[in-house]
Ligand binder design. Sequence first.
Ligand code: PMP
Length: 421
Amino acid sequence: MNATTETLANQTLARPNFDVDKIRADFPILSREVYGKPLVFLDSAASAMKPRQVVDTIRDVYENDYSNVHRGIHYLSQRCTDRFEAARETVARFLKVKDSDNLIFTKGATEGLNLVAQCYARSTLKPGDEILISELEHHSNIVPWQMVAQATGAVIKAIPILDDGQIDLEAYLALLNERTKIVAITQVSNALGTVTPLAQMIPAAHAVGAKVVVDGCQATPHMALDLPAMDCDFFAFSGHKVYGPNGIGVLYGKPELLAAMPPYQGGGEMIDFVSITESTYKDAPHKFEAGTPPIVEAIALGTAIDYVTEIGLEAIAAHEHDLVEYAMDQLAQIPEVTLHGTAPGKASIVSFTWKGAHAHDVGTIIDRAGVAVRVGHHCAQPLMDRLGVASTARASFGMYNTRAEVDRLVRSLDDVRTIFA
Ligand code: PMP
C-alpha cells in the first residue's frame, strides 16, 4: 500500500451521526477471532450480523410478552399481538407504505416471490404470455417463474445485461410488448452490486400493462426506499439481510392485486368461516398468513428496522459506497484480480476472480487470515454463464465494515499469490 492509500484508509469520513465504532460495539460477534485472527466479516449479503438490540428484543419477548397472536383474549396474547402488528407498522414506515395491510409477513424473500408466482401469476397467466426476468437474478427470482411458466404455458424471456453488469435498458425496452405480463427484477444484484434502473423500467412495464415484481433483498439494508414512489406492484425482502432475525420476511403488494389473489396455503387464522366442504377467507394480509406466524422474528425485525432507521439509510449508503469505491480501487491494482460488475453507483458488493485460482481456493486461503467472503455462483448461475465464469469471490459490506477491513482483505490476497505463484 502506498502513502496516499494509507492516508485514505485511516481517514475518518465526516458524516454526522455515523459512528462506525459505535455501531460495531453493538455487534459483539464482530470482535471475535477466527483462527487466532480478528474476524473481518465481508459476507453480509448472504446474511447480516445482528445488533445486540435485536437479540435483546428476542429475549425480551420470550421472557416477558410471549404468546400466540390473533387468537387469544388473555392479556399476553393481546400484548404479543400488539407488538406483532406494531412491527408491521414499522415495516410500513420503512417502505413508506401507507396501509400496513398491504404487507404480508413471510419467512423470507424466497417465500414472498413464490407467493406472487403461485397466487398472482398462476391464476392470471395464459399460454404465450411473457415473463421478463433479468440475467442478474438470484435463483429465488428465476425458479418460481419457471414453475409458473410450466404450469400456465407462459414464456420466460431474459433481460440482458451489459458487460459491466448494468441492465441493457435499450434491449429491455425492445422486449416489452402487449404479451408481457410480468417483469421480475432485482433492485440490487446480490452477485455484482448493480443497482437496476427501476425508475425507467417500472413505468415502461406499466405502459404495456405488465406488473412489476421487485426483489428488494439486497436493497433494504443499503438504501432508503419509497415503494409508492417506486410504484412497483410487488416487493419482497428478507429480514435477515437487514440485520433482523432469520425466518422472517415481508411481501408488499398493491391492495387491488392482493384483494383479487387467492391464498395458496390454508390453515388457522386466515379464514372467516369454515365448514367441512368450504371456507371464506379474511382480507389481506391475514389470508396469506396461514398458521402461527414467526411472531418473535417479526417483532425483532421491527427492532432491526428501528436500528437502521435511527442511523439513517442515507448515512449507511454513503458509508458503504465509500467502502465499495475503496475496495474496487484497491483490488483493481492487483494484476491477478479481475473485477466482475463495474456498473456506476454499485451497492455494497465487490465480486472478483483471481487468475489461475479457483474462487473456492481464494476463499479458503483468505479465511485462514480471518477474512470471510462468499465464494461460488451466489445462487445466480445464469449470471455466471453470462460473465463466462464458474464462480467468483464476493466481498459484501455492511454498515459495520471499515476501510481497515478492506485493507485486511487486500493483504490476505498476498497469501493467494504466494500459494499460486
Ligand atoms: N434475492 C436476492 C437478491 C438475494 O440476495 C437473496 C438471498 N441471497 C434472495 C433473493 C433470497 O433470500 P432468502 O434466502 O432470504 O429467502
